[in-house]
Design a protein around this ligand. Structure first.
Ligand code: URA
Length: 425
């Protein structure tokens, strides 16, 4: 087998054989295929695609590059959620303890933010003392004793994907549906969850900008999960505007705690409950009542135990940024658009996100929204507050915002998109 013939097959729109796929993933993981050769193959896949048979084999080869976890010894059924990433997407934080409070076990292996989308681990690390890196034994212990664990994936899980994802990130090949589907599903199948709910974001702040692309990604991932024995469902959810009223690490933790306390923005509550119902249903816990668990404080109790079990202090004051800048409404009327991507870029530039994997993030940085699409605004009222420890970043962040919103004359009718747009099973 040689790598040039594999690249040529895909360059010329051919179908990769199972042997070619197994070989190239294994050789790349071992370092026998060079980054520039894998980049050429990734670009050929982005341009020419892979069929379902190729994607299934590619996913299996990435799973086989590392270890597989198993939670079969647990007394509760396992169920997990994966979001394809968005702006203000803090849903994992209230969702994992909520689903655990309803009787399931939630093993959440999460990632860090890259680019304009935030990462769950970065958010939780704004809680003083909280640790993302756990040994396998510690992870099992937290899961066993609290019902939920959110931590970093160990190096042994799908190492082929770790290497390939870093390469795709710097070669303009992230947005290939076969590569996104196999990347996400290899990690989730290797993680060993019994059931999985995929939150496939669609809109300006998501990888998938159109509903058609989101459908294709969702149905590819649902087929991969189902064929591997994982009960898998996908919800296509709106990411044309940020979720909730905050984008930024500590800001999003604060909002998540508000949801666990029975308050919080309605879109965050609605999506948390919709995903919780799907996760519980897929785990066979059809009679569970997540709305009650949110209202009666039992989800909050699990949150507090889960944060403490990983060294965090659930009562600690969250960090705040040193400087604020308020953006005001330039006119009066109805806010008809508030763009997720632009707000995400502003939050990222303020220090909430990173440009390279090894960059630090600011815990307090981000954007706080004071109005959402559909709200009536008055000229001069605050539209959003920008937070950062490095005020020299305000100007750069502000250049992302002039085209970020539209204000229409008062009385203009406005029909918001539903948070959950479609379900694919
Ligand atoms: N998230 C992943 O884990 N992989 C991708 O390719 C894209 C998003």
């Amino acid at each position: 087998m040689d790598v040039i013939s594999v690249i040529r097959t895909k360059r010329d729109r051919g179908e990769l054989t199972p042997e070619q796929i197994d070989w190239v993933i294994d050789a790349y993981t071992r370092g026998d295929v060079a980054d520039e050769q894998m980049s050429a193959l990734a670009m050929a896949i982005l341009l020419n695609g892979m069929n379902r048979t190729e994607i299934a084999r590619w996913t299996a080869a990435m799973i086989a590059s590392g270890e597989r976890m198993s939670f079969e010894a647990l007394s509760r059924p396992t169920t997990d959620k994966h979001s394809t990433g968005g702006v203000g997407d803090k849903i994992t934080l209230p969702l994992a303890p909520l689903v655990a409070a309803c009787g399931a076990a939630v093993p959440q292996l999460s990632g860090r933010g890259l680019g304009h989308t935030g990462g769950t681990l970065d958010k939780l690390e704004s809680i003083p003392g909280w640790r993302a890196h756990l040994t396998g034994e510690e992870m099992r212990h937290v899961l066993d004793t609290t019902g939920a664990v959110i931590c970093a994936a160990g190096d042994g899980l799908a190492p082929a994907d770790k290497k390939l994802y870093a390469l795709r990130d710097v070669t303009g090949t992230v947005e290939a549906i076969p590569l996104i589907a196999s990347s996400i599903m290899s990690k989730k199948i290797a993680e060993g969850t019994g059931a999985l709910v995929l939150d496939v974001k669609v809109g300006s702040g998501a990888f998938m900008k159109t509903i058609e692309d989101a459908r294709e990604l969702a149905s590819t991932m649902v087929a991969l999960g189902t064929d591997s024995g994982v009960r898998t469902v996908a919800l296509l959810t709106d990411m044309s505007t940020p979720l909730g009223l905050t984008a930024g690490n500590a800001l999003e933790v604060r909002e998540s705690v508000e949801v666990l306390a029975g308050g919080g923005p309605q879109d965050v509550v609605d999506l948390t409950l919709a995903l919780a119902r799907e996760m519980l249903d897929a785990a066979g816990l059809k009679d569970a009542d997540p709305e009650k668990a949110l209202a009666d404080g039992s989800a909050m109790d699990v949150w507090r135990r889960m944060i403490s079990a990983q060294g965090g202090d659930p009562d600690a004051t969250l960090p705040t940024a040193r400087e604020q800048h308020v953006v005001t409404a330039p006119s009066s009327g109805v806010l008809t658009r508030l763009d997720a991507y632009d707000v995400g870029v502003a939050a990222w530039r303020l220090g909430a996100g990173r440009a390279r994997k090894e960059d630090p993030v600011q815990a307090g940085a981000g954007v706080e929204l004071h109005a959402k699409p559909g709200d009536t605004v008055t000229e001069g009222q605050p539209l959003m507050t920008l937070h950062t420890d490095t005020p020299e970043k305000f100007d750069y962040a502000l250049t992302a915002l002039p085209g970020a919103y539209d204000i229409a004359p008062a009385g203009t009718s406005f029909a918001p998109l539903p948070v959950v747009r479609e379900r694919i099973a």
